[in-house]
Design a protein. Structure first.
Length: 133
């Protein structure tokens, strides 16, 4: 699929499931060491990120592919499915370095209207492809 540059401020984390006490689409818990390491690597080389985030358009804004307007891709809000660890650290870097353009945007593959099961399968595929096992 196509890859789009999206503002990091439009990329959010899915809601927390009160029964599970964790994010509904989270498949692995982020480890603090891993997060610090990602942030350190991005500071050294902001252009090193090569794997696009996997995001889903907020269903409230756009529930089907037919409703999606590609010309407005940078105006929707998205939930991160794959790349949540990196997105979390990139948001922190934007706060620390507000003038660094590269931290403000993320390359993303956009999905619309996924079920929770479909989103989790994409998340697993993203993480397994990046050796998070």
């Amino acid at each position: 699929g196509s890859v789009f540059n999206l503002p990091i401020t439009h990329i959010h984390w899915p809601l927390i499931d009160a029964r599970m006490g964790r994010i509904t689409l989270e498949i692995i818990e982020p480890h603090k060491f891993h997060l610090r390491n990602l942030k350190k690597k991005m500071k050294i080389n902001p252009h090193a990120t090569v794997v696009p985030f996997i995001v889903m358009v907020d269903l409230v804004e756009c529930a089907t592919i037919e409703e999606f307007d590609v010309r407005k891709h940078d105006q929707y809000n998205y939930f991160v499915i794959g790349g949540s660890h990196l997105a979390k650290e990139r948001r922190q870097l934007v706060r620390e370095h507000p003038t660094t353009f590269f931290f403000k945007y993320a390359e993303c593959k956009i999905y619309v209207g996924l079920t929770t099961k479909e989103a989790k399968l994409l998340a697993w595929d993203h993480h397994n492809g990046n050796h998070y096992r």
